[in-house]
Write a protein that binds this ligand. Structure first.
Ligand SMILES: Nc1ncnc2c1ncn2[C@@H]1O[C@H](COP(=O)(O)OP(=O)(O)O)[C@@H](O)[C@H]1O
Ligand SMILES: N[C@@H](CCC(=O)OP(=O)(O)O)C(=O)O
Length: 363
């Protein structure tokens, strides 16, 4: 038995005008139910909330402005999950809705919550149906694309396979409409992507085109999870879920890393910067040391304890990203001082590291 995360994009669920197509939703539910019948655990990351909201709101096409997108997602997410619930119920399966924001997965406590939720849902035999919580996600706290979200969920649930379903049968050497462009069956590392043109945007309803899919595949495969990218058509979906050679397979290029750090590196918007002296840069870059106040020369931005921040050298180059243990307003009096000195002067609350090494991701 293996655990499979499947991501399906709006372009595979919507009509060309951007409205949700019921038959396509049912086809996805059927394919995942077949995988469940084979003994696999499945997690579905599904776009389509905005598309599903257009009809009920009387909108002709996908809105360009964020508030209307949020309203459409609010109306549409309920409709989307109702359709999945009916589609899976036909196979005797129950779905559980999981809506995530960036904060849920970058802050330690929220992150553990999300992980526990998935573990429990799978234990209970539920099919988790995941989407970004678009209704409350504003521009600055938005993943914006479900491809990357799916890669991070795959890592979070320790998936054995990530399947990215789209409206193309595979990654091609160039946009599929370009003459001479051909499908790529295997990607074993960055060299296989040299010269591959993914710049042209995709369908009118999809968001990221191939760029976000290749980035998602890079994140997952670098963390040891194989990725298959193929079309959300009945035959190709089933073949991909059965582990058959179909579409493009991105082979693992690295080993699993602590999941929370992967989120930190790929999903978080940093709230500020800590400027490090050369000694601290060296210590942090080796990946074994925590960041102490003595090695910090300046603080930039407004943040509170628990926020992600960039750690930069004196030249401004980003060395690492980490979760900071102090508010930006608390740090200025601490800079350049030893923890012993801070303990004596300000008390035990100020003796701890500014960023603990377990909360650091060297970039
Ligand atoms: N090199 C490429 N290979 C395959 N598809 C490409 C490539 N470059 C751009 N694309 C476009 O990316 C689209 C898929 O992205 P998108 O529409 O965002 O899908 P989704 O809604 O599934 O996330 C394809 O339909 C295709 O037009
Ligand atoms: N969360 C949004 C979709 C975001 C997204 O990544 O869309 P897509 O590129 O179609 O997978 C929604 O449900 O409408």
């Amino acid at each position: 038995m293996s655990r499979i995360v499947v991501k399906v994009g709006s372009s595979s669920l919507a009509t060309p005008e951007g409205h949700l197509d019921d038959e396509r939703v049912v086809a996805v539910a059927d394919a995942l139910a077949a995988a469940r019948a084979e003994g696999h655990e499945v997690v579905l990351v599904s776009s389509g909330a905005i598309a599903a909201g257009l009809g009920p709101l009387g909108l002709a096409r996908r809105p360009g402005d964020l508030p209307t997108q949020q309203a459409a997602a609010s109306v549409g997410q309920g409709a989307l999950i109702a359709r999945y619930a009916a589609g899976f119920a036909a196979h005797g399966l129950t779905v559980g809705q999981v809506l995530l924001t960036v904060d849920d997965v970058t802050r330690r406590s929220h992150y553990r919550n999300a992980q526990h939720t998935f573990v429990k849902l799978l234990e209970l035999g539920i099919v988790p149906v995941v989407n970004e919580n678009d209704t409350v996600a504003t521009t600055e706290i938005r993943f914006g694309d479900n491809d990357r979200l799916a890669a991070l969920v795959a890592h979070l649930v320790h998936a054995d396979l990530l399947v990215l379903l789209s409206d193309v049968d595979a990654l091609h050497t160039g946009h599929p409409d370009e003459p001479g462009s051909r499908p790529i069956s295997d990607v074993r590392g960055p060299a296989d992507l040299e010269g591959v043109d993914i710049a042209r945007i995709g369908s009118a309803v999809g968001t990221g085109g191939m760029v976000t899919k290749v980035e998602a595949a890079r994140i997952a495969s670098a963390a040891g999870i194989p990725v298959v990218l193929t079309r959300a058509a009945e035959g190709t979906m089933r073949a991909a879920l059965a582990g058959e050679q179909v579409g493009t397979r991105f082979h693992p290029t690295g080993k699993r890393r602590p999941a929370r750090l992967l989120w930190l590196a790929h999903a978080s918007e940093t709230k500020g910067r800590l400027v490090l002296d050369d000694g601290a840069v060296g210590a942090v870059a080796r990946g074994t040391a925590s960041l102490l106040p003595a090695g910090i020369t300046a603080v930039e931005g407004d943040f509170v304890a628990g926020d992600p921040v960039d750690l930069v050298g004196l030249d401004g180059a980003v060395v690492a990203r980490g979760l900071v243990n102090f508010d930006s307003t608390e740090l200025p009096v601490m800079l350049g001082r030893s923890t012993r000195d801070l303990l004596a002067d300000l008390g035990p609350e100020y003796e701890r590291e500014v960023v603990h090494r377990d909360d650091l991701m060297v970039l």
